[in-house]
Design a protein around this ligand. Structure first.
Ligand code: AHR
Length: 498
């Protein structure tokens, strides 16, 4: 059960875009209210945001947080969430059947992000609203002063323009569950006109247009082609969304989903490449994987609270260790596609399908999936190298030839450190790993951090059995190192280079 891994400094995939380490906060469940925002909480700051939660958010070194949805976006009136809090309306949110008090809106969210060193990625509602409403929001956020909406922002206490650089043109507009869902033709037209007007208002912005809601949508492929045919010249990124489930407890098949994710990315990238060729265009449309995660526990249990309450606590997943392994593998997949995927948002951040959980009025804790994301974000920056991996393969419901080891390699921008992320998906056998290097000279044998536990282990408010630990097993060999991957484990090897 051995794995051999070869890394060549010249086998470069791409410089890794920092935006690969982004996340998502939606007005959904307890993500905002009693998640990041809880004015009565003992740790709340002057603006009502929980400092205990913010500390864990900051630790992740996120590039961007996508906001305010998600499905919520498609019924959202951004004007409800600005100005004097006492006169903001309470609305029924038709996406999640909850009440929305609008205590947190665009301004508060942007201040929260910036206060934590993160950039907001803002969505405009193309479900129930028109291009003009999107342009008004852009004017409100990005124009300095002297126009109706920029002066309205200043009258709300925000003198400086927010200068938001990254915008989403709606959310999952192909989904029948979406408020104001559209056909590809309908969406392509409104997205094109909105994009055009937004870029006229502020040419410095970048725009993400909606791809399919997930790979198995019946219109996947055709949707992307039609939408790109309408919008190509005005948009910069095409979105992908995907959540994986382990409903039947078939863990080998569940863990094999990283192979499917890789195929999904390559399919969408090739659709973009085809459109570029068809047009003979100099412009590029890259990929924004702006919703990805594991999501099934809460739905499987099926215990939904009554409708029209606030906050309505839904989709609070308790992630087990098997989920952390797949999240680790999905991260290696994103890194191995860093040439086409420039933005990726772990969906979501707090309480709703999230790595960080809170009790209202109480403590917060970190789920199993927090750790692979944390360490990949901290050390997976720089240049992605293409690993050549030889390892045993397995067969499962998804097919044959699934590699037991998923791997990604990152050379730091200053070329002083090589970091390798590995997931051993073999649930029974450890794997002795021999890593050889070309054009890379290790200064020593390096450090090994591992995450392993029984597959059903979970972290809760009371106990966190799933925590990373150092393993002292790296040994120098002639042109590389050796180490061992435990059965069912996530691993990070950090190697200082000469
Ligand atoms: O992240 C939760 C939901 O999943 C989002 O609102 C939607 O875009 C997707 O279907």
């Amino acid at each position: 059960m051995n794995t051999s891994l070869h890394l060549n400094s010249r086998n470069i995939i791409s410089v890794i875009d920092d935006r690969l380490y982004s996340s998502f906060i939606e007005h959904m469940g307890r993500a905002v209210y009693t998640g990041i925002y809880e004015p009565d909480h003992p740790t709340a700051d002057a603006d009502g945001f929980r400092c205990d939660v913010a500390e864990h958010v900051r630790a992740l070194r996120l590039s961007h947080i996508r906001y305010p949805g998600g499905n919520f976006l498609s019924g959202y009136r951004w004007e409800d969430g600005v100005g004097d809090r006492s006169s903001r309306p309470v609305r029924r949110d038709l996406a999640w059947f909850a009440l929305e008090p609008n205590w947190v809106g665009i301004n508060e969210f942007i201040a929260y992000c910036r206060g934590n060193g993160i950039e907001p990625m803002i969505g405009v509602n193309l479900g129930t609203r028109a291009a003009q409403d999107a342009v008004n929001l852009l004017e409100y956020c990005n124009v300095e002063k002297g126009t109706y909406y920029s002066d309205l922002r200043r009258s709300h206490g925000y003198e400086e323009a927010h200068r938001i650089g990254l915008w989403c043109l709606g959310n999952e507009m192909d989904g029948p569950w979406q408020i104001g869902a559209k056909t590809a033709e309908e969406y392509g037209r409104i997205a094109c006109e909105t994009a055009k007007m937004m870029k006229w208002m502020d040419p410095s912005i970048e725009l993400v247009v909606c791809g399919s809601s997930f790979r198995d949508m019946p219109t996947f492929g055709a949707w992307e082609r039609t939408v790109l045919a309408h919008c190509w010249d005005y948009v910069d990124y095409l979105s992908l969304h995907q959540y994986y489930q382990n409903n039947d407890g078939d863990v080998p098949s569940f863990l094999a989903r990283s192979v499917e994710m890789d195929a999904f990315i390559k399919e969408v990238a090739s659709i973009c490449a085809e459109e570029k060729t068809r047009r003979g265009s100099d412009h590029d449309v890259r990929l924004s994987f702006d919703e990805w995660n594991v999501w099934y526990h809460f739905r499987k249990a099926g215990r939904y609270p009554e409708k029209w309450i606030f906050p309505r606590p839904i989709e609070e997943e308790t992630y087990d260790f098997a989920d952390a392994l797949l999240v680790g593998s999905m991260l290696t997949t994103l890194l191995n596609n860093a040439d086409t995927v420039k933005i990726a948002c772990l969906a979501q951040l707090v309480n709703v399908i999230a790595p960080i959980m809170t009790e209202s009025g109480g403590q917060c804790w970190l789920q199993t999936i927090y750790y692979p994301f944390l360490y990949t974000s901290l050390h997976g920056r720089g240049i992605a190298l293409r690993p050549e991996v030889e390892c045993p393969v397995y067969q499962c419901a998804l097919g044959e030839g699934v590699p037991t080891v998923d791997c990604a390699a990152v050379l730091s921008s200053d070329k002083k450190e090589l970091t390798v992320f590995l997931v051993n998906k073999d649930l029974k056998n450890p794997s002795a790993c021999r890593m050889t290097l070309e054009g890379l000279k290790p200064a020593k044998a390096g450090d090994h951090l591992a995450l392993s536990a029984s597959l059903d282990s979970v972290n809760t408010a009371d106990a966190s059995p799933v925590l990373p630990r150092k393993v002292s097993d790296t040994k120098s060999i002639n042109n590389g190192i050796t180490f061992t991957l435990e059965a069912a484990s996530w691993n990070m090897i950090r190697l200082p280079l000469i």
